[in-house]
Design a protein around this ligand. Structure first.
Ligand SMILES: [Zn+2]
Length: 190
């Protein structure tokens, strides 16, 4: 096959050219190259060169005896379920929220950081490493987490969560996530 002909071959379609059955989810499906002047299903006026057409197995059975240049089973990567993308986006958003507060180093954020770190641990972004004594007399114990993607360690003060504060923090996190465009809500949905 000449290079020009090769370049004219379209990307795989997401639906069977004959019956419209979805193909991208199927994992693999028959594809064939026809002379554009003699396709199984008329797709355009252009009858120069070649035409790639994709079929569901049922329709392929009906057209397999027609004239085609070549035939193969196209392998398709299954589209990622939207839910998994949402989780990834949510995790990225939560982590950047955590990093933002963490770098501020403001002691008023201790409950925020403690809450966010545990939420990130729940979503497997952080892994608990150890709890260690605070740096001096009366200083709160500290919890060390490891970021499972970067292997960085973060240390947050162990704080008693004030229940009223917790409600406020959860609402803030929800709002932060929805402002960031994430559809997923933290905590409650998993
Ligand atoms: Zn079909």
């Amino acid at each position: 096959m000449s290079k020009e002909m090769y370049l004219k071959i379209a990307r795989p379609q997401n639906a069977c050219v004959k019956c419209g059955a979805p193909l991208a989810e199927a994992g693999k499906h028959p594809s064939a190259i026809f002379s554009a002047s003699n396709p199984v299903v008329e797709e355009s006026e252009d009858d120069e060169g070649v035409l790639r057409q994709d079929f569901c197995p049922v329709c392929w059975d009906e057209v397999r005896s027609t004239d085609y240049f070549s035939f193969w089973l196209a392998r398709r990567e299954k589209p990622r379920p939207r839910k998994i993308q949402n989780r990834r986006e949510r995790n990225t958003t939560l982590l950047s929220y955590f990093d933002f507060l963490y770098q501020q180093g403001n002691p008023d954020n201790a409950q925020h950081l403690y809450f966010l770190a545990h939420l990130l641990m729940k979503f497997s972004v952080f892994k608990w490493v150890r709890t260690e004594p605070g740096p001096g007399d009366g200083a709160p114990s500290r919890v060390v987490f490891r970021n499972t993607a970067t292997d960085d360690f973060v240390t947050v003060d162990e704080v008693a969560m004030d229940e009223e504060r917790l409600v406020t923090i959860k609402r803030e996190v929800d709002e932060y996530l929805s402002r960031a465009g994430g559809e997923a809500k933290p905590a409650e949905q998993e």
